[in-house]
Write a protein of this length. Sequence first.
Length: 126
Amino acid sequence: MTNCIFNNKEIEINSEFELSSVMNIEMKNEFSEICLYKNDKSSLTVLTNKIEKKVFLMFQDLEKDISYVPKISENSSELYVDFLLSNGQKDEYPANWLVDFELAKKSILEYYKNGQMWNGINWNEE
């Protein structure tokens, strides 16, 4: 079972189609926060910034207490992008940790189906 929280609202998702529909609606906001949990073993956190057209992803293995983020470039980035969480908190992440919306959607769907990190992204332990 996958529990989904979109912008602080718990939503029951029963199919990939339903998940895609909800993502399309919720990701239209300037900022959004999406959390998916799979059997209390792992989670995928998704923060979107529609203005910058970037998404921050974090996969957490809750059993091993390990977090993974995408690493798009080996170069350290001095450019940071802001994200607004549903509780009003503002976070910023290096640009080389961010993906575009299409890659994020693929990652979300893979996580929903299999509880795994999508292998189309290079993930690094943080």
